[in-house]
Design a protein around this ligand. Structure first.
Ligand code: TYD
Length: 137
């Protein structure tokens, strides 16, 4: 598989002082999407992985509020991956891609901003099915 630039950085500005850290992401005057849902993932065992599905329409932004995790995305042909950490930016994940999340640190809190409410029919859980769906797109 070739690597490709699917994931787009969403800048986080950190304000660190003796009281701790405050992180800010301004999504801009032309945001990529209106946030309709947020969810977070925490307490992930070190050997566990998450994701392992594609989304047809859903767009998301991933942050690590604490700790870190590894995010791999693919269109079935090309891949992109990044370690998302509390020290890094957020990452915008466009629609139509498969994602795998793993290597969670024990203190990891992953925050996800999503463009749509939860919709089971937007998921593709089988990788071969995802590849076929992409090929027909
Ligand atoms: P799952 O898709 O397995 O999480 P991940 O993408 O991190 O692997 O979701 C776990 C459970 O949570 C599953 O039963 C569906 C439910 N869920 C909701 O009800 N609403 C949501 O917004 C999300 C993201 C998941």
């Amino acid at each position: 598989m070739k690597s490709m630039h699917f994931l787009e950085k969403v800048e986080v500005q950190s304000f660190i002082d003796r009281r701790g850290n405050l992180g800010v992401s301004e999504l801009g005057v032309n945001p990529k999407f209106i946030i309709k849902r947020i969810y977070y993932i925490n307490r992930v065992p070190s050997e566990a992985s998450r994701g392992a599905h594609g989304h047809k329409q859903l767009q998301q932004i991933f942050y690590a509020l604490s700790g870190s995790f590894h995010l791999m995305v693919t269109d079935g042909v090309n891949t992109d991956s990044v370690t998302v950490s509390e020290m890094s930016n957020g990452y915008f994940l466009p629609a139509g891609l498969w994602r795998d999340l793993d290597n969670f640190s024990s203190d990891c809190v992953c925050l996800v901003l999503a463009s749509e409410p939860y919709d089971k029919s937007d998921y593709i859980h089988d990788y071969e099915e995802f590849r076929n769906w992409r090929a027909l797109k």
